[in-house]
Design a protein around this ligand. Structure first.
Ligand code: NAP
Length: 261
């Protein structure tokens, strides 16, 4: 299975947002499967430590890239830096959120979120798809969120960015799977990472969390089971029920659950 997986999606994978959380877990899981890696994030010190560890442990080669995905030229920089590499798997995972009433959001952070979660994601896909098509096989994972499945009160912009990622990922699944390129839009629920604390949420108050290692491992095992994948059974059940409700009722329930206390 491991060799088959490496033959289909290897020899090299790109992982954005690899300096922590789900992205770091993707990097570790792929290194264990024998992939060479290109790792992208702003915190280059973390990427370098990870690269050294994975190269020693798994006898692979790792290229850490210090790139701010809010920069409009970020995708081109990644494409230029990897021009000589045979990348068969693109894990477009970097992203961040902001919780609270919409009108209290900092507009500059809203704009940055649109750049990182939507613009960079789109341009990375736009840049790598011709390369994947030329090889006739490969895969793309878009890390979205269950918050992209419904407009999420008190997380309005984040939720909207992830709805965009869901639509992009589904559309590209429709375009690329007939040509041998798997596309999976990953919709995690609450996952243990730095994300909660960055948004002012006490991780201890969160229930039904999944470890990032489990999210990454399940996602790789389900890469061919697109278009969309919810890795946690709890969220599969909750969102099946929620999305079957009349929309006003579903949104009222979400607002109740998400309202800052
Ligand atoms: N944790 C959850 O509960 C959860 C649930 C659903 C979906 N998700 C999604 O999962 C993905 C990974 O998040 P996580 O939970 O693993 O959070 P995390 O631990 O905060 O990791 C976020 C990653 O994205 C990178 N990143 C953020 N802004 C960036 C920028 N401007 N340029 C380059 N890299 C940037 C960060 O790297 P640097 O800071 O070093 O740049 C970091 O590596 C995100 O897309 C998130 O929306 C998370």
């Amino acid at each position: 299975m491991s060799q088959e997986f490496l033959d289909r999606y290897g020899p090299t994978a790109l992982v954005t947002g690899a300096s922590s959380g789900i992205g770091r877990s993707f990097a570790e899981a792929l290194a264990a499967r024998g992939f060479n890696l290109v790792l992208v994030a702003r915190r280059i010190d973390r990427l370098e430590v990870l690269a050294e560890r994975l190269e020693d442990k798994s006898r692979i080669s790792v290229m850490p890239l210090e790139i701010d995905l809010a920069d409009p030229g970020a995708a081109q920089r990644i494409l230029d830096a990897t021009a000589d590499l045979d990348i068969g798997l693109v894990i477009s995972n970097a992203g961040f959120g902001l919780k609270g009433p919409f009108e209290k959001d900092d507009p500059a952070i809203q704009a940055e979120m649109l750049m990182v979660n939507c613009h960079a994601t789109t341009q990375i896909a736009r840049g790598f798809i011709p390369r994947l098509r030329a090889r006739g096989k490969g895969g793309i994972v878009f890390t979205s969120s269950v918050e992209g499945l419904i407009g999420c009160p008190y997380s309005a912009v984040y939720s909207a960015t992830k709805a965009y990622v869901n639509a992009l990922g589904e559309a590209l699944w429709g375009e690329l799977t007939p040509d041998g390129i798997d596309v999976l839009t990953l919709c995690p629920g609450a996952t243990e990472s730095e994300a909660a604390a960055k948004q002012g949420i006490d991780p201890a108050t969160m229930t039904n969390q999944q470890s990032p290692d489990e999210v990454a491992a399940l996602t790789l095992d389900n890469l061919h089971n697109g278009p969309t994948y919810l890795p946690h059974p709890h969220y599969r059940t909750v969102f099946d029920q929620l999305l079957s409700l009349p929309r006003p009722q579903a949104l009222a329930a979400m607002a109740q659950g998400m309202k800052p206390r």
